[in-house]
Design a protein around this ligand. Structure first.
Ligand SMILES: [Ca+2]
Ligand SMILES: [Ca+2]
Length: 365
C-alpha cells in the first residue's frame, strides 16, 4: 500500500510525496513546499511535515524528476538537512545543492519526491510500542524464579504507571547520526564503523545500536527526539511484565543464551560463538518481551532516567542521587556465567559521565 500526493508550488518545483507503510501505522508527509533560491547558490529548499505516531524516526529519501514526474532518475547527492533517518513530529527541511551536482540543470520545472519509509530491512529502528496504563510488580521477591535476586532488587513492590510509548529497539547509529547532524553534537567514542573489541573486527551498520554514549548523550538525544529516557519502572514493565507476573528474562524464566546477544550465543548477527560485538537491533526476535520489545536483555546496556537508590522499604537502604544513574539489561559482554546481569530486575549504577562500548539506550515518550 502506498500513498501519493502531489502539491503544486507557486515558486519553483512541483512536489510529489510518497509514504510507504510497513507496520501498524504508516508515516505521513504533509504540507510539502519547495523553492529554489534565486541567488547564485540556486539551492532548492524542500520543507515537509513528518509524523508517525508509533515511530520516533523514519527513513527519508529524495528523488528528482525532470520529465514532469514520469520517471525519477536523479538522486541528489548533495542534499543536506532532514534526509536519511529523520525524527518524526515536526516540520523538516532538506537543502539540495542542485547547481553543484548539475551545473547546467534547469531545476525550476522539476518534480521532487520525498519518500518516508518506516521499515529498513524488516526492522524499523524508530518503531515504538505502547504500554498500557496499570500496575505491575517491580523488583524481585527472592522466591521461586527470582532466586538470583540481589539486595538492590528488593523488595518487590507494586508500581502504577500511566500509558507510555517505548522503543521496540535500542536507539541505532543511524538515528544517532541524524541527531548529530541536526544538533552538531560530537560523535561518541567507538563511532567508527569498524571496531575490534578483542575477538576480531566487525562492522557497525546504521541498524546497530549506538554505543559509547554517556547518560547526558542519551538524554540529549531523547530531548531532541521529542521524548525522554524511560524511567526504571517504565523500562522494567516493558521488559518483563506479562499482566500477571514478572518474568526473569524478557522471554521467560529460564536463561537461554540463544535468545539475546551475549558472549555465549551462536547467532551470526552477534558474531557467532564467543565474539565481543553488538548485533543489529532486532536480531534476536525470539527474545522479545511480552510487549514485543527486543534486545531488552543483552546487546547493549540501556541508560534509564533514575538516580540509583534503594526501593521503598528496603532493608538495605542506599541512595546515590547525584552520583549514579542506572543502566539495565546486560550486554554483548555478558555470558552464561554472568547472565544474572541480563535479568530484567538487575540494576547497574554508574556515573552518568561514564561511557563504554556496551552502553546504549532506548527512547520513551
Ligand atoms: Ca554474541
Ligand atoms: Ca539491551
Amino acid at each position: 500500500m502506498s500513498l501519493i500526493r502531489s502539491t503544486a508550488l507557486a515558486a519553483a518545483a512541483l512536489l510529489a510525496l510518497c509514504a510507504i507503510p510497513a507496520f501498524a501505522v504508516s508515516p505521513s508527509v504533509t504540507n510539502v513546499q519547495a523553492t529554489q533560491q534565486q541567488d547564485a547558490s540556486r539551492k532548492v529548499k524542500i520543507t515537509y511535515y513528518l509524523s508517525d505516531p508509533d515511530s520516533s524516526s523514519v527513513y527519508v529519501t529524495l528523488t528528482i524528476s525532470t520529465d514532469n514526474g514520469a520517471t525519477y532518475t536523479i538522486t541528489p547527492s548533495l542534499a543536506t538537512g532532514s534526509i536519511g533517518w529523520v525524527r518524526t513530529g515536526g516540520t523538516r527541511t532538506i537543502y539540495w545543492d542542485a547547481k553543484s551536482q548539475y551545473p547546467t540543470g534547469q531545476w525550476a520545472t522539476c518534480k521532487a519526491k520525498v519518500t518516508a519509509d518506516d521499515s529498513s530491512g524488516g526492522v524499523n529502528p524508530g518503531q515504538m510500542v505502547y504500554i498500557p496504563a496499570g500496575s505491575f510488580l517491580m523488583g524481585n521477591s527472592n522466591v521461586g524464579n527470582d532466586v538470583y535476586g540481589l539486595f538492590f532488587e528488593f523488595p518487590q513492590h507494586s508500581v502504577n504507571l500511566s500509558g507510555y510509548w517505548i522503543g521496540k529497539y535500542e536507539v541505532t547509529r543511524g538515528e544517532y547520526r541524524a541527531f548529530m547532524t541536526a544538533t552538531g553534537r560530537a560523535a561518541p567514542t567507538y563511532w567508527d564503523a569498524v571496531q575490534n573489541w578483542g575477538t576480531g573486527s566487525f562492522t557497525q551498520t546504521d541498524n546497530h545500536p549506538v554505543v559509547g554514549v554517556t547518560y547526558y548523550d542519551a538524554e540529549a538525544f531523547c530531548n531532541w527526539a521529542g521524548g525522554h529516557l524511560p524511567t526504571e519502572a517504565q523500562w522494567e514493565k516493558a521488559a518483563r511484565w506479562t499482566g500477571s507476573n514478572p518474568r526473569v528474562y524478557p522471554w521467560g524464566d529460564p536463561w537461554d543464551q540463544e535468545k539475546c546477544n551475549n558472549y555465549s550465543d551462536s547467532n551470526p548477527a552477534g558474531g557467532g560463538l564467543y565474539k565481543y560485538q553488538t548485533a543489529a537491533v532486532g536480531s534476536y526476535p525470539s527474545g522479545a518481551s511480552p510487549y514485543g520489545c527486543q534486545d531488552m536483555a543483552g546487546n547493549v546496556w540501556e541508560w534509564v532516567q533514575d538516580w540509583y537508590k534503594s526501593y521503598p522499604n528496603s532493608s538495605s537502604p542506599f541512595d546515590y542521587t547525584g552520583s549514579y544513574r542506572v543502566l539495565r539489561g546486560g550486554s554483548w559482554y555478558d555470558f552464561t556465567g554472568s547472565s544474572y546481569d541480563s535479568r530484567c530486575a538487575f540494576r547497574y549504577g554508574r556515573s552518568p559521565f561514564y561511557y563504554w562500548n556496551d552502553y546504549g539506550f532506548r527512547l520513551a515518550r
